[in-house]
Design a protein around this ligand. Sequence first.
Ligand code: B12
Length: 145
Amino acid sequence: MSSRPPVAVVTTVTSDAHTWNLVYLQLLLEERGWQVINLGPCTPIGLVVESLAESDVDLLLVSTVNGHGLLEAPALLDAVLHVPERVRPPVVLGGKLHTHGEVGDDEVRRLRDMGFAEVFVGETAVDTFHAYLSGFSASSTANAA
Ligand code: B12
């Protein structure tokens, strides 16, 4: 049984140059005891895939706010779904995913159906992410016991 902290890779889509969303989420996770690998803005898909192969990653968090997330995140997910299952963490997505205001429930459902473990959008995104992480820790503890 390992007592290492959970590890998250924080990343974004290739076109997205915004940085403070990534820093914010890194700090949020670190405050909750996570170890974070922040891949920075405009992340090449290959780098994201490499980061999973080389480390023991528990969560891949994709944050994007430039409005291209809905178009680009599926290709990133597709590449990650080719990573062997034993080293593939759940992938969560959040932020400002397109340029027409908030994405609706139908889009969120479609993204979940594609394979995103969870999608966090709108004003409640951060609160629901905290709740997700609480559930995540609870199940990790249960597995370790
Ligand atoms: C600073 C900024 C920039 C800077 C970025 C500098 C840098 N190094 O980061 C610069 C000038 C480079 C920039 C460029 C552009 N930007 Co800009 N930018 C902003 C601005 C003013 C602030 C972003 C910021 O730092 N916020 C602080 C962080 C902490 O908050 P956040 O990003 O909103 O993230 C929060 C939530 O979204 C959420 N969240 C985000 N991801 C995730 C993921 C999960 C899992 C969860 C739970 C929550 C979550 O949690 C965070 C904390 O609450 C916003 C407007 C605004 N006031 O938000 C526009 C904004 C993001 N930009 C926008 C646009 C359009 C652009 C450009 C396309 C403009 C242009 N025509 O060139 C380019 C795109 C560049 C690119 N290739 O990506 C739009 C995006 C529109 C959309 N999504 O519909 C915005 C919203 C402005 C607007 N109202 O139109 N931008």
